[in-house]
Ligand binder design. Sequence first.
Ligand SMILES: Cc1cc2nc3c(=O)[nH]c(=O)nc-3n(C[C@H](O)[C@H](O)[C@H](O)COP(=O)(O)O)c2cc1C
Length: 379
Amino acid sequence: MPTRRSVLLAAAGGLALVLAGGAWRVLRRPDTAARPWADAGASTAADVRLDAFRHAVLAPNPHNRQPWIIRLMGQDEAVVSCDLERRLPATDPKDRQIIIGFGCFLELARLAARERGFRVETTPFPEGAPDGRLDHRPVARLRFVRDAGASPDPLFRWILQRRSTKQPFDMARVPSEADLAGIAEAAGSGVRTVGINDPARVARLRAIAWDAWMTEATTPAAHKESVDLMRIGAREIDANPDGISLKGPFIEALAAMGQLTRGNLLDPNGAGFKAGVDRYRPMIAATPAFMWIASDADTATDALAAGYAYVRANLAATARGLAMHPVSQALQEFPEMREHYQKIHAEIGASKLQMLMRVGYGPRVEETPRWPLESRLVA
Ligand SMILES: Cc1cc2nc3c(=O)[nH]c(=O)nc-3n(C[C@H](O)[C@H](O)[C@H](O)COP(=O)(O)O)c2cc1C
C-alpha cells in the first residue's frame, strides 16, 4: 500500500522506533487471528460437525465479515444463519455477495465431512428463500449422514493453502487454457464457470475492473463501508479478526507515526487513500487471465450455487499453483456502479454475473484472520 515517499518515511520511522525500543510494535504479527487455520489442520473432533465447521469458517467471503451463525441440533444436524449486522449494505445491497460467501462456507463443510466418510444433506433456505435481502430465517439446514460411499474429494487437501491473492501476477506466465478449463470443470455444475487468457479480451476486462474499482473508491458510502472495516496493525486485527487487514512492518510504522489513519484512508486527497490506489492500479494491471461465474437467474439460490462453485474453483486453482483474486466491483448492484455493471455484462454476454476473478501466478501470501469456530456457535 505505501507510496515511495511513505516507504522511505516508514523505513526511517521504523528504524527510529526500533532504536527507541519499539521493535516489538513494528515487527509484531497478528497471533490469535491466525489460530483457526491451525485449529482446522489439527482438528480431530469426535463430532464430525465441529470438524466440518472448523474448515468451513476458513471460507472466502466478502470483506471477510464471516457472517455465519451455527446452531448444532440434536446429534447430527445443524442450522446455519446470517448475523444480519455483518452484511455490507452499501456495496452489496441485495446481500448477493454475502450469500455467495455462505455457499463457499457450506461447500467447505461438505468437503471436510466427506473426508471423514460423511455426506451432508443440505436444505438451502429451509424456511423459504429470501425475496430480496436476507432475514432472520436460516440460510441452510444440514444433516450429517455416515456414508460408506462418500469418497474424499481431492480438493479437500487445498483448504488450508487456499488464499485470495491480492497481489500483482506474473505477466510473463499466462495460465494455460488447459488449466483454466480444468478449474472450470472442478467448479462443478449449476452455474457457468469460464476462463479466458486471450490478451485483447483480458485487457478489456482489466479496464472495466479498474474503472469500477475507482468508482467504488470514490462513492463515499461504498468506500466508507470498506474503511470502517479496515483493521490497522496486529493489535486491531487480533481484537477483531475480520474485515480488511492492513499489516506488516511498514503499516505498523506508518500507523505509529500517525501517517495512516481512518481519516486519510477515507479522504480522496489523503495519503492513505492514494496509497490504496497506488496498490490496486498495478495489481489489476498485472492480470494475465480472468475467470467468471455466471447464472441464468438472480435468486438467492443461484448466489448460493455460485459460492459452491467459487470456492471449488479457488481450491482447484491452488492445486495447480495458480493464484485467484475476486474483483467484484463491476458486478455490484448499487446505483453509482450501473454503467460498469452493464458494460461487464455486455462484454461477457451473461445474464447474471456472480463472480469475476483475476487468475495468474502470484506470490505466496499469508492467511487472513478468522474468528474461532467457538465464537460463531450458538446454543
Ligand atoms: C463474493 C465474494 C466477493 C469478493 N470480492 C472481493 C473483491 O472485490 N476484492 C477483493 O480484494 N477480494 C474480494 N473477495 C475476497 C475476500 O476479500 C476474501 O475471501 C476474504 O478477505 C478472506 O480472505 P481469504 O479468501 O484469503 O481467506 C471476495 C470474496 C467473495 C466470496
